[in-house]
Write a protein that binds this ligand. Structure first.
Ligand SMILES: NCCCN[C@H]1CC[C@H](N)CC1
Length: 285
C-alpha cells in the first residue's frame, strides 16, 4: 500500500510491513487483473509492485529467480522443454536459457502489462524475450495446462501470492494438471511463500502434492525484499528421485560463465535443510 505521504511502498502482512523508499514513480496503471506500479527506489533500483505487493527489485531479484529456476533444472538430468507459468517480468526466462540443454521455453502469463513494463523498466530481467527458443502465451495458466499434456521436462510456477489472479495456482487440481503436462521424469518448482507467514498453506500444499507426485520436497532461502526476508520453493518429481541433490554439479568456472550470483551446487542441497519448527510443522504433510 502506498504510504499516505506517497514516499514509501511495500507489502503489508498481518501486523507487519516492509517498505522501500520511492525516488520516482515510473509507471502506475490498472491492468485487466491488477494494479501495476513501477518505481525507482532509493536503494533497490527499479521495483515492480502488483496490487501493493513487491514482486521484484533490480537489486535482489536474482536470489529468487536463480533458486526457483535452478533447483528443478539442475535436479533434472537433461531438461529440454520448459514451461513457465507466470514469470512475466522475464527473470525466470533469463535463468532457464542459461541451460544449454534447453531447446524451448514456453511462458503462460495472464497479464501482458507486466511483460510490457518489464521490457521498459526492468531490462536486466526482460533481456531474453527476443530469444528464438521462446514462445509466449498470454492467458490463464490453469486453462493452458488443460490443453498441454505430456509435453514438458520442467514446469516452473512463478506466481504472485494466492490472493487475486494467482489464487488458482495454489490448489490440488492445479498440481494434477501440472503432473499431466509433464513427461516421465518431469520436475516442477513453485513459488511456495514464507515459513514465517504461510506454514499452514505450505503444509497443505505439500500434503496434496504428495498425493500426486512420488517425490515432494520443500526448500527455503533468503530473499531480502519478500515478506520476512524468506522465500520457499516447492519441488516435485514424477519419478522417485532425490531432487535435493543436483543431477549436474557446477565448477566455479561454470558458475562464472553462467553468471550465477546466488545458486551453487552446495546451496542447492543446503536449501532443503529446514529449521526444527518447520520440520515439525511439515511432519504431518
Ligand atoms: N518474478 C517474481 C514473481 C513474484 N514472486 C512472488 C512475489 C510476491 C511475494 N510475496 C512472493 C513471491
Amino acid at each position: 500500500q502506498l504510504k499516505s505521504d506517497g514516499k514509501e511502498m511495500g507489502g503489508a502482512w498481518p501486523g507487519q510491513a516492509f517498505s522501500l523508499q520511492i525516488e520516482e514513480v515510473l509507471f502506475h496503471e490498472k491492468s485487466k487483473y491488477q494494479d501495476v506500479l513501477v518505481f525507482k527506489s532509493k536503494t533497490y533500483g527499479n521495483v515492480l509492485i502488483l496490487d501493493g505487493i513487491i514482486q521484484c527489485t533490480e537489486r535482489d531479484e536474482f536470489a529468487y529467480q536463480e533458486m526457483l529456476a535452478h533447483l528443478p533444472l539442475f535436479a533434472h538430468p537433461n531438461p529440454k522443454k520448459v514451461l513457465i507459468i507466470g514469470g512475466g517480468d522475464g527473470g525466470i526466462l533469463r535463468e532457464v536459457l542459461k541451460h544449454a540443454s534447453v531447446e524451448s521455453v514456453t511462458m503462460c502469463e495472464i497479464d501482458e502489462m507486466v511483460i510490457d513494463v518489464s521490457k521498459k523498466y526492468l531490462p536486466g530481467m526482460a533481456e531474453q524475450f527476443g530469444n528464438p527458443k521462446f514462445n509466449l502465451f498470454i492467458g490463464d495458466g490453469f486453462e493452458f495446462l488443460k490443453n498441454h499434456k505430456n509435453e514438458f521436462d520442467v514446469v516452473i510456477t512463478d506466481s504472485s501470492d494466492p490472493v487475486g489472479p494467482a489464487e488458482s495456482l495454489f490448489g490440488q487440481s492445479y498440481y494434477q494438471l501440472l503432473s499431466e503436462s509433464m513427461k516421465n521424469g518431469g520436475i516442477l518448482s513453485s513459488q511456495a511463500e514464507s515459513v514465517w507467514l504461510h506454514l499452514e498453506l505450505i503444509s497443505h500444499m505439500i500434503e496434496f502434492t504428495k498425493k500426486i507426485f512420488p517425490t515432494v520436497q520443500y526448500a527455503s532461502s533468503i530473499m531480502s525484499t519478500y515478506p520476512s526476508g524468506t522465500m520457499g520453493y516447492l519441488i516435485a518429481s514424477k519419478d522417485n528421485r532425490d531432487v535435493t541433490k543436483p543431477a549436474r554439479t557446477l565448477t566455479s568456472e561454470e558458475i562464472k560463465s553462467m553468471n550465477l550470483k546466488f545458486y551453487n551446487s552446495e546451496l542447492h542441497s543446503a536449501a532443503f535443510i529446514l529449521p526444527t519448527f518447520v520440520n515439525q510443522a511439515l511432519q504431518g504433510s
